[in-house]
Design a protein around this ligand. Sequence first.
Ligand code: ADP
Length: 807
Amino acid sequence: VSTEIPNFQAQLQNLLMLYNDDDTLLNDDTTESEKSLQQLFRINPLFRRIIVVGEDQDISAFYPADVDSVALTEPEQTAVARVLTTSTPDIAPATTREDEQVLSFIVPVLDEDGTPQAALVGRVPRLSIENLIVGLQGTVGKGTGFIVDENGYVIAHPDTVYLLSHWAPPEENVRHIRTVETEPGVAYQSWQGQRDGRELVYYVTEATHPWTVVITVPYEVVLSLALSIGAPLLLVLVLVTAAFYTNLMVLGRDITGPIADLVAASKTMAAGGNWTPSIHDQRDDEIGQLSQAFVQMQQSIKKRLNELSLLLGVSHDVSTVIDLNQGMPAILRGALRGTGAAGARAVVLNPSGGYPLTYGEGPAADAMAILDRPIMTRLRHASELMLATPNQIRAALELDKDIAPPLPSLLAIPLHSHDRFQGILWLGYRQPHSFDLTERNLLRTLASQAAVLVENAHLFATAEGGRRRLAAVLASTSDAVIVTDPTERILLINRSAEKMFDLDASHVSGRPVASVIRVKDLVDALTGPDEIVRNLEIPTGDGKTYYASVSTIISNEGRIYGRVAVLHDITHLKEIDDMKSEFVATVSHDLRSPLTFMRGYTTMLPMIGELNEKQQDYTDKILAGIDQMAQLVDDLLDLGRIEAGVDLAHEEIEIQSLLSDIATEYWQHAHLNGIKLQVEVASEVSTITGDMALIRQAVANLVGNAIKYAPNSGQMTLRAEQANGEVVISVKDNGPGIPQRDQMRLFEKFYRVKQRGTEKVKGSGLGLAIVKSIVERHGGRAWCHSQRGQGATFYISLPLPGNNGNK
Ligand code: ADP
């Protein structure tokens, strides 16, 4: 229809054009004009009316003249004006005229010069155009076809209601449907439009004419149309699919069969079984190739598995031993199994020193030994030796002419651990041999295992050497050593301790120390709550005396490993001490009376006559000497008296006031020597019973010593604490301290420390002996704790009433 429209237009226009130079139409004589119009009208019955319009838009003639007059519509007037100026034919849009919708075709009427003088208007009724769209109706069942002119007015429609209504393709809200390129129309889905339901709209606007032909079809019609096309297509599709699957099954069985076999084979292999290739391998299509590849893959996996299980076996063997003599042969046997060599050898540095150790496995191993040394020399500076022929061996190892290589080819690898050369591992082959990568990798792995083994053996030898040395030291020392763990169980007990306590180390280790050692003081020292060093004398039943020093074992990181007690036999020193006591007892009395004489006569000298200055000086010196000796004798007598155990008073002693008194007494003396005395008595400290004078003497001795031996050392603390049924009085100074070796003997009679700085200090070496005697007479202990350069602390412990003599 769209293509017919231009024809239709042209036909009507051309008809009018036949008359466009008809002078009669320009005549003033209307009857002439009307005649021509009549002719024209007859030629084409489509025209309803033909009108001649002059230059001034006045109607000069019209036909048929069945009405009195006609008037031009507004669009006709515009079109006429346009035609007169452009002298090209035009069409006036549809309008209602004379109770009909008409469309007017307008052509110019030209004079002799070709200038438009008038216009010929031919009105065509709607019905004529309707003929055009008759063909559109019913093309697709219930669809409607209509024509829209260039101004968007419906000029032809089967339903007259819609005539001259406006129609335009919507700009949005529609879904454009692609149309074929040869038929350049536009199709879209629409909700608006001529019907209430959804419809499909298709319209074509030809470039050659301004009218648009539109067809709208309700959607249900489109669907049923689609279905009528689709149903047969679906049937075809079903048939094709069925055929495809049948084919696939037939072909597939050919492919899936072998693949299922391969799957079964991999499962068998995974389960550790063996698979024999089947008939599919003979095929030379892709399935056959796949099967072949699978066989190859299976073989190489099997090979790798064998290697791995070999390595696993070897590393298991090696990891469980620390002994080279067990580990090396296992490695060499592994190397033989994995490579098919005739002999495997290893030379490793001896972890305990001495000659290198050699190992050999395999039938050719012994004959290969002559190459050990040359290979070892060579490999110190090489990473690997792969010698495939006798000549290569001779050249690489620089063998003498008369030495024949025992085997034609060899592979050798150095053993390194922590960049240290540890030895070599090498294999000999019966045939000239080309070395593949797997063989070399296997040997390298084994070599690294061997290096680890050598390193472990070396570490073990070192550790074992250290342990043995320590054990030997402990075993051969005459001092008894007992070590306990943090749970107070016996960890170690040396031979001397075994002898001393009549024990068997193998039976007692791991048992609680309290159930093993019967000496209460020692057990207390080993299990006490504090970590201080405790020194004590332990008399044993057989008349021996041991000096025990118990200390906590603390690692560098501050961890507590337990305690150690070292017991040193001081029986001999004790005997000497007893002899000293005896000597003192005998001589002290005899010394005292001459001293009294000497003092009396010396003081009488000035009474005889005035002494000159020099004489006075001498007598002063004599008197000082006598005083010193008298002091010594007093000390000796005190000591004798204390040791003899006579005159021991039982008084209540208030510790706080005792210490305060002593501090007051020594305050000035201390101050003059640059020491600040401080007393600290814990609140819980209660009273004790004892000989007040003696205990005062003991504490005073300690304070006096601190002032004597630690002058100008700042603070000195006199402290009392109470714990475990005893009162512990301590005197702490910040002086030079006492060397460890002297601490054990400090409390002996006449023992004096020879130490730089204190050698000028006068003393008898009896002060601490007296302290010890006094304290022991009261059932207590005296000890010292000191580190050189860090001051000294002297302790005396006195049992509380009720605990007398327990310590
Ligand atoms: P002395 O009569 O020599 O003082 P003591 O028995 O009192 O005899 O002391 C023994 C030794 O102990 C002294 O010779 C001294 O070297 C050392 N000594 C005692 N007390 C201290 C101390 N507070 N600081 C350093 N050394 C001391």
